[in-house]
Design a protein around this ligand. Structure first.
Ligand SMILES: *Cc1c(COP(=O)(O)O)cnc(C)c1O
Length: 423
Protein backbone atom coordinates (compact mmCIF):
# COMPACT_ATOMS: atom_id res chain seq x y z
CA UNK A 1 0.00 0.00 0.00
CA UNK A 2 1.08 3.49 -0.64
CA UNK A 3 0.87 7.12 0.29
CA UNK A 4 1.00 9.77 -2.39
CA UNK A 5 3.17 12.83 -1.81
CA UNK A 6 1.55 16.23 -2.39
CA UNK A 7 4.55 17.32 -4.46
CA UNK A 8 5.84 15.73 -7.64
CA UNK A 9 9.41 14.85 -8.48
CA UNK A 10 9.36 17.56 -11.12
CA UNK A 11 8.23 20.20 -8.64
CA UNK A 12 10.90 19.10 -6.17
CA UNK A 13 13.59 19.24 -8.85
CA UNK A 14 12.72 22.94 -9.32
CA UNK A 15 12.46 23.64 -5.59
CA UNK A 16 15.86 22.18 -4.72
CA UNK A 17 17.57 24.51 -7.19
CA UNK A 18 16.71 27.32 -4.79
CA UNK A 19 16.29 25.52 -1.47
CA UNK A 20 18.70 22.64 -0.95
CA UNK A 21 17.57 19.57 1.01
CA UNK A 22 16.77 18.85 3.74
CA UNK A 23 13.63 20.90 4.31
CA UNK A 24 10.07 20.56 5.51
CA UNK A 25 7.46 21.55 2.98
CA UNK A 26 3.78 22.19 3.81
CA UNK A 27 0.74 21.95 1.57
CA UNK A 28 -1.46 25.05 1.78
CA UNK A 29 -4.30 23.45 -0.15
CA UNK A 30 -4.48 20.45 2.16
CA UNK A 31 -4.31 22.61 5.28
CA UNK A 32 -7.16 24.81 4.02
CA UNK A 33 -9.44 21.97 2.97
CA UNK A 34 -8.99 20.22 6.30
CA UNK A 35 -9.48 23.38 8.39
CA UNK A 36 -12.67 24.08 6.47
CA UNK A 37 -13.92 20.54 7.10
CA UNK A 38 -13.22 20.91 10.83
CA UNK A 39 -15.17 24.16 10.95
CA UNK A 40 -18.10 22.61 9.09
CA UNK A 41 -18.11 19.47 11.23
CA UNK A 42 -18.73 21.52 14.37
CA UNK A 43 -20.79 24.34 12.84
CA UNK A 44 -23.84 23.04 14.76
CA UNK A 45 -22.23 24.37 17.96
CA UNK A 46 -22.52 28.13 18.02
CA UNK A 47 -19.42 28.85 20.08
CA UNK A 48 -17.18 26.22 18.51
CA UNK A 49 -13.53 27.13 18.25
CA UNK A 50 -10.41 25.19 17.34
CA UNK A 51 -7.36 26.41 19.23
CA UNK A 52 -4.46 25.12 17.16
CA UNK A 53 -1.82 23.52 19.41
CA UNK A 54 1.08 25.83 18.61
CA UNK A 55 3.70 23.34 19.78
CA UNK A 56 2.82 21.07 16.85
CA UNK A 57 3.97 23.57 14.21
CA UNK A 58 4.92 26.98 15.63
CA UNK A 59 5.13 28.76 12.32
CA UNK A 60 3.24 32.08 12.01
CA UNK A 61 2.66 31.65 8.25
CA UNK A 62 0.87 28.35 8.82
CA UNK A 63 -1.06 29.59 11.85
CA UNK A 64 -2.17 32.56 9.75
CA UNK A 65 -3.77 30.16 7.26
CA UNK A 66 -5.75 28.51 10.08
CA UNK A 67 -6.95 31.89 11.29
CA UNK A 68 -8.94 32.22 8.05
CA UNK A 69 -11.09 29.39 9.42
CA UNK A 70 -11.63 30.96 12.84
CA UNK A 71 -8.87 29.13 14.66
CA UNK A 72 -7.16 30.51 17.74
CA UNK A 73 -3.99 29.28 19.43
CA UNK A 74 -3.42 26.81 22.22
CA UNK A 75 -0.18 27.62 24.02
CA UNK A 76 1.79 26.01 26.79
CA UNK A 77 4.83 28.23 27.22
CA UNK A 78 5.90 31.86 27.33
CA UNK A 79 7.35 31.88 23.82
CA UNK A 80 4.25 30.24 22.35
CA UNK A 81 2.16 32.95 24.01
CA UNK A 82 4.53 35.61 22.67
CA UNK A 83 4.34 34.19 19.15
CA UNK A 84 0.54 34.14 19.23
CA UNK A 85 0.34 37.63 20.65
CA UNK A 86 2.82 38.96 18.09
CA UNK A 87 0.50 37.62 15.39
CA UNK A 88 -2.26 39.83 16.74
CA UNK A 89 -4.09 37.20 18.76
CA UNK A 90 -5.16 38.00 22.28
CA UNK A 91 -7.98 37.51 24.76
CA UNK A 92 -10.25 34.60 24.01
CA UNK A 93 -8.32 33.69 20.86
CA UNK A 94 -5.60 32.22 23.07
CA UNK A 95 -5.92 29.19 25.33
CA UNK A 96 -3.12 28.68 27.83
CA UNK A 97 -3.08 24.94 28.56
CA UNK A 98 0.23 24.65 30.37
CA UNK A 99 1.49 22.47 33.17
CA UNK A 100 4.10 23.01 35.91
CA UNK A 101 3.71 26.64 34.93
CA UNK A 102 6.19 29.31 36.11
CA UNK A 103 4.58 32.39 37.71
CA UNK A 104 5.90 34.73 35.00
CA UNK A 105 4.05 32.73 32.34
CA UNK A 106 0.74 33.07 34.19
CA UNK A 107 1.45 36.80 34.51
CA UNK A 108 2.06 37.17 30.79
CA UNK A 109 -0.97 35.04 29.86
CA UNK A 110 -3.15 37.18 32.11
CA UNK A 111 -1.68 40.38 30.68
CA UNK A 112 -2.66 39.42 27.14
CA UNK A 113 -6.06 38.17 28.30
CA UNK A 114 -5.53 34.51 27.36
CA UNK A 115 -7.92 31.95 28.83
CA UNK A 116 -6.02 30.13 31.56
CA UNK A 117 -6.55 26.39 31.79
CA UNK A 118 -5.21 25.12 35.13
CA UNK A 119 -3.45 21.77 35.20
CA UNK A 120 -3.55 21.24 38.95
CA UNK A 121 -5.60 21.91 42.08
CA UNK A 122 -2.66 23.65 43.80
CA UNK A 123 -2.46 26.11 40.92
CA UNK A 124 -5.71 27.77 42.04
CA UNK A 125 -3.83 29.11 45.02
CA UNK A 126 -0.62 29.66 43.02
CA UNK A 127 -2.48 31.66 40.38
CA UNK A 128 -4.31 33.76 42.99
CA UNK A 129 -1.01 34.60 44.72
CA UNK A 130 0.65 35.33 41.36
CA UNK A 131 -2.06 37.60 39.95
CA UNK A 132 -3.49 39.05 43.18
CA UNK A 133 -6.90 37.64 42.30
CA UNK A 134 -8.30 34.94 40.07
CA UNK A 135 -9.45 35.91 36.56
CA UNK A 136 -13.20 35.90 35.86
CA UNK A 137 -12.82 33.09 33.34
CA UNK A 138 -10.93 29.97 34.33
CA UNK A 139 -10.73 26.42 33.05
CA UNK A 140 -9.52 23.21 34.68
CA UNK A 141 -7.93 20.17 33.12
CA UNK A 142 -9.57 16.93 34.21
CA UNK A 143 -7.93 13.53 34.54
CA UNK A 144 -10.32 10.79 35.69
CA UNK A 145 -7.44 8.28 36.04
CA UNK A 146 -7.69 4.64 35.00
CA UNK A 147 -7.53 3.71 31.35
CA UNK A 148 -9.46 5.23 28.48
CA UNK A 149 -11.23 2.56 26.45
CA UNK A 150 -13.35 2.57 23.35
CA UNK A 151 -15.23 -0.40 21.89
CA UNK A 152 -12.12 -1.94 20.32
CA UNK A 153 -9.88 -1.74 23.37
CA UNK A 154 -7.66 0.42 25.54
CA UNK A 155 -6.69 3.69 23.90
CA UNK A 156 -4.48 5.30 26.45
CA UNK A 157 -3.63 5.40 30.10
CA UNK A 158 -4.71 8.67 31.80
CA UNK A 159 -3.94 7.12 35.22
CA UNK A 160 -0.28 7.22 34.23
CA UNK A 161 -0.32 10.76 32.87
CA UNK A 162 1.03 13.69 34.87
CA UNK A 163 -1.75 16.04 33.78
CA UNK A 164 -4.95 17.29 35.30
CA UNK A 165 -7.18 17.35 38.41
CA UNK A 166 -8.69 14.17 39.90
CA UNK A 167 -12.49 14.02 40.05
CA UNK A 168 -12.60 15.10 43.72
CA UNK A 169 -10.13 17.91 43.07
CA UNK A 170 -12.23 19.13 40.17
CA UNK A 171 -15.40 19.41 42.27
CA UNK A 172 -13.56 20.95 45.21
CA UNK A 173 -11.67 23.28 42.87
CA UNK A 174 -14.84 24.57 41.20
CA UNK A 175 -16.36 25.37 44.62
CA UNK A 176 -13.25 27.27 45.70
CA UNK A 177 -12.95 29.13 42.41
CA UNK A 178 -16.59 30.15 42.61
CA UNK A 179 -16.13 31.46 46.15
CA UNK A 180 -13.11 33.40 44.95
CA UNK A 181 -15.10 35.19 42.26
CA UNK A 182 -14.61 33.12 39.10
CA UNK A 183 -17.69 33.64 36.91
CA UNK A 184 -17.09 31.64 33.72
CA UNK A 185 -15.93 28.05 33.95
CA UNK A 186 -14.36 25.67 31.47
CA UNK A 187 -13.50 21.96 31.55
CA UNK A 188 -10.67 20.43 29.55
CA UNK A 189 -9.38 16.88 29.13
CA UNK A 190 -6.82 15.13 26.95
CA UNK A 191 -7.16 11.41 27.63
CA UNK A 192 -5.71 9.67 24.57
CA UNK A 193 -3.12 10.60 21.98
CA UNK A 194 -3.09 10.04 18.20
CA UNK A 195 -6.40 8.20 18.13
CA UNK A 196 -7.17 6.81 14.68
CA UNK A 197 -10.87 6.17 15.28
CA UNK A 198 -13.96 8.32 14.94
CA UNK A 199 -15.03 7.25 18.45
CA UNK A 200 -12.52 9.14 20.59
CA UNK A 201 -14.04 12.63 20.67
CA UNK A 202 -17.64 11.39 21.12
CA UNK A 203 -16.58 9.06 23.98
CA UNK A 204 -14.54 11.79 25.62
CA UNK A 205 -17.31 14.34 25.11
CA UNK A 206 -19.91 12.09 26.74
CA UNK A 207 -17.72 11.66 29.80
CA UNK A 208 -17.01 15.39 30.06
CA UNK A 209 -20.63 16.40 29.43
CA UNK A 210 -21.79 14.15 32.29
CA UNK A 211 -19.18 15.63 34.59
CA UNK A 212 -20.27 19.12 33.53
CA UNK A 213 -23.90 18.42 34.44
CA UNK A 214 -22.85 17.13 37.86
CA UNK A 215 -20.49 20.03 38.43
CA UNK A 216 -23.22 22.50 37.68
CA UNK A 217 -25.67 20.71 39.98
CA UNK A 218 -23.24 20.40 42.87
CA UNK A 219 -21.31 23.66 42.66
CA UNK A 220 -23.62 25.99 40.76
CA UNK A 221 -20.70 26.91 38.48
CA UNK A 222 -21.64 28.55 35.19
CA UNK A 223 -19.89 26.30 32.68
CA UNK A 224 -19.32 28.20 29.47
CA UNK A 225 -17.11 25.84 27.50
CA UNK A 226 -15.88 22.28 27.26
CA UNK A 227 -12.51 21.75 25.65
CA UNK A 228 -11.96 18.36 23.99
CA UNK A 229 -8.29 19.28 23.48
CA UNK A 230 -6.09 17.31 21.05
CA UNK A 231 -5.58 13.62 20.44
CA UNK A 232 -7.40 13.21 17.14
CA UNK A 233 -4.91 11.21 15.16
CA UNK A 234 -3.74 10.66 11.60
CA UNK A 235 -2.87 7.48 9.69
CA UNK A 236 0.92 7.36 9.70
CA UNK A 237 0.90 3.90 8.10
CA UNK A 238 -0.70 3.46 4.67
CA UNK A 239 -3.03 0.68 5.83
CA UNK A 240 -4.84 2.84 8.40
CA UNK A 241 -8.20 4.46 7.64
CA UNK A 242 -8.12 8.21 8.24
CA UNK A 243 -10.53 9.78 10.72
CA UNK A 244 -13.56 11.45 9.21
CA UNK A 245 -14.01 14.75 11.01
CA UNK A 246 -17.61 15.01 9.83
CA UNK A 247 -18.44 11.68 11.48
CA UNK A 248 -16.60 12.84 14.61
CA UNK A 249 -18.52 16.15 14.68
CA UNK A 250 -21.84 14.33 14.26
CA UNK A 251 -20.89 11.87 17.03
CA UNK A 252 -20.17 14.73 19.42
CA UNK A 253 -23.44 16.42 18.43
CA UNK A 254 -25.37 13.26 19.30
CA UNK A 255 -24.01 13.07 22.86
CA UNK A 256 -24.37 16.85 23.25
CA UNK A 257 -28.08 16.45 22.54
CA UNK A 258 -28.33 13.41 24.79
CA UNK A 259 -26.58 14.85 27.84
CA UNK A 260 -26.25 18.65 27.79
CA UNK A 261 -29.40 19.81 26.04
CA UNK A 262 -31.83 18.02 28.46
CA UNK A 263 -29.84 19.51 31.38
CA UNK A 264 -30.51 23.00 30.03
CA UNK A 265 -26.83 23.36 29.08
CA UNK A 266 -27.27 23.52 25.30
CA UNK A 267 -25.52 26.89 25.05
CA UNK A 268 -22.11 25.52 26.09
CA UNK A 269 -19.35 26.22 23.57
CA UNK A 270 -17.15 23.39 22.40
CA UNK A 271 -13.47 23.92 21.93
CA UNK A 272 -10.77 21.72 20.47
CA UNK A 273 -6.97 21.99 20.59
CA UNK A 274 -5.93 19.80 17.71
CA UNK A 275 -2.37 19.94 16.49
CA UNK A 276 -1.60 16.70 14.68
CA UNK A 277 -4.94 16.50 12.88
CA UNK A 278 -4.67 20.10 11.62
CA UNK A 279 -1.15 19.88 10.18
CA UNK A 280 0.35 16.39 10.38
CA UNK A 281 -0.52 15.05 6.91
CA UNK A 282 0.25 18.38 5.22
CA UNK A 283 3.99 18.33 5.84
CA UNK A 284 6.80 16.35 4.21
CA UNK A 285 10.44 16.19 5.19
CA UNK A 286 12.38 16.12 1.93
CA UNK A 287 15.87 14.70 2.07
CA UNK A 288 18.50 13.43 -0.37
CA UNK A 289 20.10 9.99 -0.17
CA UNK A 290 23.82 10.76 -0.01
CA UNK A 291 25.44 7.46 0.99
CA UNK A 292 24.74 3.76 0.65
CA UNK A 293 26.55 1.62 3.18
CA UNK A 294 26.77 -2.16 3.00
CA UNK A 295 27.85 -3.73 6.30
CA UNK A 296 25.87 -6.01 8.61
CA UNK A 297 22.78 -4.32 7.18
CA UNK A 298 22.04 -2.15 4.18
CA UNK A 299 22.03 1.52 5.12
CA UNK A 300 20.90 4.58 3.22
CA UNK A 301 22.45 7.71 4.70
CA UNK A 302 20.52 10.89 4.04
CA UNK A 303 21.14 14.59 4.57
CA UNK A 304 18.36 14.90 7.17
CA UNK A 305 18.65 13.45 10.64
CA UNK A 306 16.68 13.20 13.88
CA UNK A 307 17.27 16.92 14.40
CA UNK A 308 14.78 17.51 11.57
CA UNK A 309 12.34 14.83 12.70
CA UNK A 310 12.65 13.22 16.09
CA UNK A 311 9.55 11.04 16.27
CA UNK A 312 11.14 7.83 14.92
CA UNK A 313 14.11 8.14 17.31
CA UNK A 314 11.95 9.19 20.25
CA UNK A 315 8.98 6.84 19.97
CA UNK A 316 9.97 4.38 17.27
CA UNK A 317 7.23 6.11 15.25
CA UNK A 318 6.52 4.99 11.70
CA UNK A 319 6.82 7.60 8.95
CA UNK A 320 6.11 6.46 5.44
CA UNK A 321 8.86 7.07 2.86
CA UNK A 322 8.44 7.62 -0.86
CA UNK A 323 11.48 7.39 -3.12
CA UNK A 324 10.63 10.06 -5.67
CA UNK A 325 10.41 8.83 -9.23
CA UNK A 326 10.33 5.20 -8.08
CA UNK A 327 6.72 5.11 -6.92
CA UNK A 328 5.94 2.14 -9.12
CA UNK A 329 9.22 0.29 -8.73
CA UNK A 330 9.13 -2.96 -6.73
CA UNK A 331 9.94 -2.61 -3.00
CA UNK A 332 12.54 -5.34 -3.07
CA UNK A 333 15.33 -3.79 -1.00
CA UNK A 334 15.45 -3.84 2.79
CA UNK A 335 17.02 -0.69 4.22
CA UNK A 336 17.69 1.21 7.38
CA UNK A 337 17.27 4.85 6.33
CA UNK A 338 19.50 6.81 8.67
CA UNK A 339 20.73 10.28 9.55
CA UNK A 340 24.17 11.46 10.57
CA UNK A 341 23.89 11.79 14.34
CA UNK A 342 26.32 9.89 16.56
CA UNK A 343 23.27 8.12 17.99
CA UNK A 344 22.24 4.71 16.73
CA UNK A 345 18.54 5.55 17.11
CA UNK A 346 18.90 8.19 14.37
CA UNK A 347 16.94 6.05 11.91
CA UNK A 348 13.93 7.21 9.91
CA UNK A 349 13.14 3.62 9.01
CA UNK A 350 14.39 0.21 10.12
CA UNK A 351 14.20 -2.87 7.88
CA UNK A 352 11.92 -0.97 5.50
CA UNK A 353 11.19 -2.54 2.13
CA UNK A 354 11.80 0.14 -0.50
CA UNK A 355 12.77 0.39 -4.16
CA UNK A 356 16.50 0.35 -4.82
CA UNK A 357 17.88 3.72 -3.72
CA UNK A 358 20.77 5.42 -5.47
CA UNK A 359 22.79 8.35 -4.22
CA UNK A 360 21.04 11.54 -5.21
CA UNK A 361 17.54 10.11 -4.96
CA UNK A 362 15.04 12.38 -3.25
CA UNK A 363 13.13 10.86 -0.37
CA UNK A 364 9.83 12.22 0.90
CA UNK A 365 9.21 11.38 4.54
CA UNK A 366 5.46 11.71 5.08
CA UNK A 367 3.30 13.24 7.80
CA UNK A 368 5.87 15.58 9.29
CA UNK A 369 3.52 18.58 9.45
CA UNK A 370 2.95 18.31 13.21
CA UNK A 371 5.45 17.49 15.95
CA UNK A 372 8.08 17.36 13.20
CA UNK A 373 10.26 20.40 12.76
CA UNK A 374 9.08 21.76 16.11
CA UNK A 375 10.39 18.80 18.05
CA UNK A 376 13.83 19.23 16.55
CA UNK A 377 16.90 19.90 18.58
CA UNK A 378 20.56 20.68 18.06
CA UNK A 379 22.36 17.53 19.12
CA UNK A 380 25.77 17.07 17.52
CA UNK A 381 25.60 20.76 16.65
CA UNK A 382 23.32 19.87 13.75
CA UNK A 383 21.22 22.73 12.48
CA UNK A 384 17.49 22.69 11.94
CA UNK A 385 16.32 22.81 8.35
CA UNK A 386 14.20 25.34 6.48
CA UNK A 387 10.41 25.28 6.22
CA UNK A 388 8.72 25.93 2.87
CA UNK A 389 5.10 26.47 1.93
CA UNK A 390 3.71 25.01 -1.28
CA UNK A 391 1.02 27.53 -2.08
CA UNK A 392 -2.27 26.85 -3.76
CA UNK A 393 -1.02 28.36 -7.02
CA UNK A 394 1.94 25.96 -7.05
CA UNK A 395 4.54 28.55 -6.07
CA UNK A 396 6.84 27.99 -3.10
CA UNK A 397 7.56 30.41 -0.29
CA UNK A 398 10.26 30.19 2.36
CA UNK A 399 8.48 30.41 5.74
CA UNK A 400 11.45 29.72 7.98
CA UNK A 401 15.05 29.83 6.88
CA UNK A 402 17.42 27.03 7.81
CA UNK A 403 19.51 27.61 10.92
CA UNK A 404 22.99 28.92 10.36
CA UNK A 405 26.05 28.29 12.51
CA UNK A 406 25.64 31.79 13.98
CA UNK A 407 22.20 30.78 15.32
CA UNK A 408 23.78 27.83 17.06
CA UNK A 409 26.44 30.02 18.64
CA UNK A 410 24.09 32.91 19.49
CA UNK A 411 23.72 31.85 23.12
CA UNK A 412 27.43 32.58 23.56
CA UNK A 413 27.06 36.14 22.33
CA UNK A 414 27.38 37.60 25.83
CA UNK A 415 30.93 36.28 26.13
CA UNK A 416 34.19 37.59 24.70
CA UNK A 417 34.94 34.19 23.22
CA UNK A 418 32.03 34.70 20.84
CA UNK A 419 33.59 37.86 19.39
CA UNK A 420 36.88 36.02 18.92
CA UNK A 421 35.11 33.33 16.93
CA UNK A 422 34.11 36.06 14.51
CA UNK A 423 30.61 35.19 13.33
C1 LIG B 1 -0.02 18.49 22.55
C2 LIG B 1 -1.27 19.08 22.99
C3 LIG B 1 -2.33 19.27 22.10
C4 LIG B 1 -2.29 18.81 20.66
O1 LIG B 1 -2.24 17.46 20.58
P1 LIG B 1 -2.36 16.72 19.15
O2 LIG B 1 -2.17 15.29 19.49
O3 LIG B 1 -1.30 17.29 18.31
O4 LIG B 1 -3.70 17.01 18.64
C5 LIG B 1 -3.45 19.91 22.56
N1 LIG B 1 -3.55 20.34 23.84
C6 LIG B 1 -2.56 20.17 24.73
C7 LIG B 1 -2.73 20.69 26.10
C8 LIG B 1 -1.40 19.52 24.35
O5 LIG B 1 -0.42 19.35 25.23
Amino acid sequence: MNKKPFVTKKQLAEIIKKYPTPFHIYDEKGIRENAKAVREAFAWNKGFKEYFAVKATPNPFLIDILRDYGCGCDCSSLTELMLSNAMGLNGEDIMFSSNETPACEYEYANQIGAIINLDDFTHIDFLEKTLGKLPETLSCRYNPGGVFTVSNGIMDNPGDAKYGFTTEQLFEGFKIMKEKGVKNFGIHAFLASNTVTNDYYPMLAKQLFKVAVKLKDETGADIKFINLSGGVGIPYTPDQTPNDIRVIGAGVKKVFEEVLVPAGMGDISLYTEMGRFMMGPYGHLVTTAIHAKHTHKEYIGCDACAVNLMRPAMYGAYHHITVMGKENAPCNHKYDVVGSLCENNDKFAIDRMLPEIENGDLLVIHDTGAHGSSMGYNYNGKLKSAELLLKEDGSVELIRRAERPADYFATLDCFDIYKKMGF
